[in-house]
Structures are given as C-alpha cells and as structure tokens.
Design a protein around this ligand. Structure first.
Ligand code: SF4
Length: 346
C-alpha cells in the first residue's frame, strides 16, 4: 500500500500564563492508503492535538507547532499558508468529531451543509452537487434521504447526525479521514453501526483512517495498526496483532487489563492503572510512566527510554526491553480482538 501521510518528530506546545504545556513531544507515524491507524491513550495523552495539528485546526496562539514535519503527497503541510490548507481540508483530508451536534451548523439544512463542501472543492453546479449530496446520504444509510436532506440537524438522532458528518467528510472523496472519538457520544448499538459504516466506506472508497479513541473495543474492531500514546509520546506501536497479542509496554498492559469482559464477573474489581499522568508543564526526566509503573527500575527515573524495535514494525519505549533488564513475565490478558475467521483470542 502506498504511503500517503508521514508525521515526523512532531512537537506541539501550548503557551499559557502558567508556562508551556508540552502536549505532543516528538511523535512520528506513517499512514498508508486504505489502512486504519488507531491512536489510543488516556485523556490528555496528546492524541487529539496530534491529529488536529495535521489540519492546523488548533488556534495558534495558544498552540505552537515547535518542530516537525507533516508530509502529505510530498508536501509539508506545516509550511502551507492558511489559504493553501483550505484546499486540503475537506477535499484531501477530512475530519469527524466526537459530537456532531456541535460540529454541524444548527441553522442550516443538512443537505446544504454537504452541498457547500462539494461546490467549494469540486466546482459542481448546485444541481449536480445536490445529486452527489443525496448519493452520500444514501451511502451512509440515511433513510428517505431525498426528504431528509431538507431537514435541520436537531431533527436527526445522534447516530443519524454522525452519519451526516461522515457524509460531509467523504463527499469529496477524501484520501484520509481523521476520526476523533467518532462514537463516544453514541449508544452501543449506534456505535456498532457507525463503525461498520466506516469500515464499509473504507473498503469501498479506499480511504485511510486515523482513529482516535480510548476504547480498546473500538480499536479491536477497526484497527490495522495501533499507536499507544502516553504523556505526549508514542510509547508502543505495531500491528493490531502485535498490540493485542504481544504487547511489550507496561502502560499497554494496563490499558488492556482494564478492558471489561464477561469473564471478569467473579466479583473482582476491574483492573485500573494507579495514579495519574505526569504534569506536562515539566515532564519527568526519565520514563513518563515511571510513577505509575510497578516494574519501574532505577534507570527509569533518570533516563528516558526511546522507541526500540521489538519485531518487524513493532516498537516499544521501555527499559524492560534492554537485554540487561530483569525478565518480566507479561500479565495474562484476554484480547477482545476477533481472530481471522471469527472467535476471540484468549
Ligand atoms: Fe516501567 Fe521503566 Fe518501562 Fe517506564 S521504562 S514503562 S517505568 S519499566
């Protein structure tokens, strides 16, 4: 698959009265045509800032892109003017947000909101754009779409509004869809439908997806590759199989252990990661996870581990991977990822 997006050593900070918050600290990742990359981590880990920086959606100030490159089709998006970025947003790279009600214009009929983007980027007549908009609403499963085009967002359910957002995002055949917690505001049934829809559209339109979520159940359903973020850095990355079946970082172990499952109904408390993430005004000198890690060694507090190869493209940033570290048996974790041909891996 062709490489379409490459983020290199991205650093993004926020200037505040209290000082500089180092929200994203040197992350790098690649995205290939038609694949889904899931970025997972707790709130405040920097995943949304990383992805919104791709489209320059965070106002500057207070945000500041300190360094790094975001290469799309050979051009570094960090160097593009606001005007040049307008041609990329919604046409080449689109975004869907967690809450469609605050992303859609409540005063504009949904059909018009889709038509607006099509007319701007594709130069079609109003009649042709309306036809395309109706086709997109049909594609995302809006019933009675010809009539529903002329309704307002408040006349739709939450799931239907999210479908409209997806229709707007993909109406101009975007190559990349950035999805920031797209199903968090939805009930479980609607969540399953929206994820299935995104998977179907990815196969049909060959769109690559960057999916931000803290829900490993969603990741299990969607991801080809996963990047685990903690305190503004990627601490482990690999294929979905690497992360679900052969995780190497204690933070990833903690995330996987804290997923509820039917087998955990024995009256035991659900596992949780103790403590809270470090202060990003002044990140610790060693491993950012050290204060919460039960495997923490002396070196973890003084020297920062870097991403090191585990196997193939699987990488993790942990001193336990050093050959001189004590051998630690990883916890037994039940994976929620379905194996090829159905069934679950235990
Ligand atoms: Fe834990 Fe040390 Fe690994 Fe950090 S580097 S995750 S503190 S073992």
């Amino acid at each position: 698959m062709e490489l379409i997006l490459e983020v290199k050593d991205l650093n993004v900070s926020f200037e505040t009265y209290a000082g500089e918050v180092q929200a994203v600290r040197g992350i790098s990742f690649q995205l290939r045509e038609g694949e889904t990359l899931a970025i997972v981590g707790e709130s405040g880990s920097g995943k949304s800032v990383s992805v919104q920086s791709i489209l320059k959606l965070i106002p500057s100030p207070p945000s500041k892109l300190k360094s790094g490159e975001i290469v799309y089709k050979g051009q570094d998006l960090t160097r593009l003017s606001d005007k040049a970025m307008e041609a990329i947003r919604g046409k080449e790279i689109s975004m869907i947000f967690q809450d469609p009600m605050s992303s859609l214009n409540p005063t504009m009929k949904v059909g018009k909101q889709i038509i607006e983007g099509i007319r701007k980027h594709e130069g079609l007549s109003t009649k042709e754009a309306r036809k395309r908009a109706a086709e997109m609403l049909r594609l995302v499963g809006i019933p009675d779409y010809e009539t529903n085009m002329d309704r307002y967002p408040h006349q739709f359910s939450g799931g239907m509004r999210q479908r409209v957002m997806i229709a707007i995002a993909l109406a101009c055949n975007s190559k990349i869809l950035l999805a920031d917690e797209p199903t968090t505001a939805l009930d479980v049934t609607m969540q399953a439908q929206i994820l299935q829809l995104m998977n179907d559209l990815k196969d049909k339109l060959k769109t690559a997806i960057v999916l931000i979520t803290h829900d490993l159940g969603v990741v299990a359903q969607m991801a080809d590759r996963i990047a685990v973020m903690y305190a503004g850095k990627i601490v482990e990355t690999g294929t979905a199989e690497d992360i679900f079946y052969r995780p190497k970082h204690p933070y990833t172990w903690g995330l996987l252990e804290s997923v509820p499952s039917y087998e955990k109904r024995s009256g035991k408390r659900l596992a949780a990661i103790p403590g809270s993430p470090p202060d990003l005004f002044a990140p610790p000198p060693g491993c950012a996870f050290a204060a919460r890690c039960k495997y923490c060694m002396h070196i973890c507090k003084t020297a920062e581990p870097v991403l090191a190869a585990v196997d193939g493209a699987h990488q993790a940033a942990c001193w336990l991977l050093d050959p001189r570290a004590p051998q630690v048996a990883p916890p037994v974790i039940k994976s929620h990822r379905k194996q090829e041909g159905g069934g679950e891996h235990v």
